[in-house]
Ligand binder design. Structure first.
Ligand SMILES: CC(C)(COP(=O)(O)OP(=O)(O)OC[C@H]1O[C@@H](n2cnc3c(N)ncnc32)[C@H](O)[C@@H]1OP(=O)(O)O)[C@@H](O)C(=O)NCCC(=O)NCCS
Length: 162
């Protein structure tokens, strides 16, 4: 199987919503996900599983939502269908977001993540994001700190070249 990344279309919202619900303790609503498509600063990307023999229907297995604000890219959501995790899809989505940041002249990428989210924190470290701070009790249900991560592309020449 191959993974193909592309810009999301409004028809993708239902699958994004299903993955969202399976991925987060306080998932975004269907309406909130749909509303992202009307924000000019939003960059919504989806990964499809593609059968190289064309025998199976393509399936949406992950997505990312980022915002470009001035010269920064803020990653709001990254999620992969639980049945497809640990296949490198999360890393592919992050690399794709890094490419978008480069193309759009946003050399600094930021994100926040629950302090207990070991999988996501390991993923961000593996893509050379670094922890720069903590927002105390930022998340609700349950209350939890947010870890702030940043990737400054100028400090990572490999990301700049790729
Ligand atoms: C975090 C998430 C997006 C990772 O997606 P994924 O496709 O499974 O990640 P990848 O297979 O690309 O993993 C890349 C690296 O991240 C780390 N990683 C990913 N999942 C991990 C886990 N469960 N435990 C430890 N490390 C993990 C590893 O370093 C991994 O590299 P390796 O497989 O070579 O060891 C996925 O677990 C998910 O959707 N979680 C729920 C939603 C979420 O928490 N999103 C992030 C906050 S916005």
């Amino acid at each position: 199987m191959a993974w193909v990344i592309s810009t999301a279309e409004p028809a993708d919202v239902q699958r994004m919503y299903e993955i969202e619900q399976a991925s987060f303790r306080t998932p975004w609503s269907y309406e909130l996900l749909k509303a992202e498509f009307s924000h000019t600063q939003a960059r919504i990307r989806v990964v499809h599983q593609r059968d190289p023999w064309g025998k199976k229907a393509e399936q949406l297995v992950g997505f990312s939502i980022s915002w470009i604000v001035a010269d920064e890219l803020q990653i709001l959501q990254v999620a992969v269908d639980p049945d497809f995790r640990r296949n490198g899809i999360g890393r592919r989505l992050l690399r794709d977001v890094i490419e978008i940041a480069k193309m759009e002249g946003a050399p600094n990428l930021y994100l926040e993540v629950r302090a207990s989210n070991k999988a996501a924190i390991a993923l961000y470290h593996s893509c050379q994001f670094t922890e720069v701070g903590l927002r105390k009790k930022y998340y609700k249900s349950p209350t939890e700190d947010a870890v702030i991560f940043v990737l400054k592309l100028e400090e990572h020449p490999l990301h700049l070249r790729r």
